[in-house]
Design a protein around this ligand. Structure first.
Ligand SMILES: [Zn+2]
Length: 233
């Protein structure tokens, strides 16, 4: 069987050789998702790794969260945009696990020591059914294993679709997020007095994270922190 699957893989490799998700250059052996030059050019948000309690992501969230870290900077048409696009729309949620393996290590000690529970921003059930997966699951599962911290994707429920937040005023943004999320009633007991880490893919205005943070704190959570794959600047 092993030989057969090896043959199959090598046929696939010949017919559909893997290419870089950003520049489409043929990948060399050992490379995953990105050609070495794109990998080297990834816009890392090192500042937020080093000081998760004092950085401009946390400022953007009005310092409502305990720690805020983003792995990369996101701009339209950059390498990170290509990665997230494939993660979300091209059935490649495994990119999330790859991000954890390659880029999370600077956050290991500070986060694994203080976080009690990991959760993620949920999709609307209809949207998740359409896509077939939540793009954050593989990232969270790998993180949970790495830090030996429980991952519960069902702490929050998304009741409504929310429209894009970027072109709205601050008040419009908060209004439009009213009632979008709620705490899953069956999870309330498990979150009391805990320090919860929320995972998201792209932080834009930060209003989603802020509204979820208020909700969790109202629901009895002691502290909320955020780790996002990327942040728009
Ligand atoms: Zn490339």
């Amino acid at each position: 069987m092993l030989t057969l699957s090896k043959v199959f893989n090598s046929i696939c490799y010949t017919i559909f050789p893997p290419t870089c998700l950003h520049c489409e250059e043929l990948l060399r052996s050992g490379e995953e998702y990105l050609y070495f030059s794109c990998y080297a050019e990834l816009p890392l948000n090192n500042g937020s790794w080093i000081s998760p309690q004092q950085n401009n992501i946390r400022d953007r969230l009005d310092q409502e969260v305990n720690m805020a870290t983003s792995l990369f900077f996101y701009t339209s048409d950059n390498i990170v945009q290509s990665l997230i696009h494939h993660l979300k729309y091209k059935d490649l949620p495994k990119i999330g696990a790859w991000m954890v393996d390659h880029f999370v290590f600077p956050c290991d000690s500070i986060y694994s020591k203080s976080i009690d529970l990991i959760t993620s921003i949920p999709l609307h059930p209809k949207k998740q059914k359409q896509r077939g997966y939540n793009q954050l699951d593989k990232f969270c599962e790998r993180l949970s294993k790495r830090w030996d911290v429980q991952y519960d994707p069902e702490v929050l429920i998304r009741k409504k679709h929310s429209t894009s937040q970027t072109k709205k005023s601050k008040i419009e943004r908060l209004k439009s997020l009213e009632g979008v999320f709620e705490i899953n009633a069956s999870k309330r007991k498990n979150i009391q007095k805990k320090h919860i880490l929320i995972i998201d893919d792209v932080i834009t205005t930060g209003s989603t994270i802020k509204s979820v943070t208020y909700l969790l704190k109202e629901g009895g959570v002691n502290d909320v922190s955020i780790l996002s794959m990327s942040v728009v600047f």
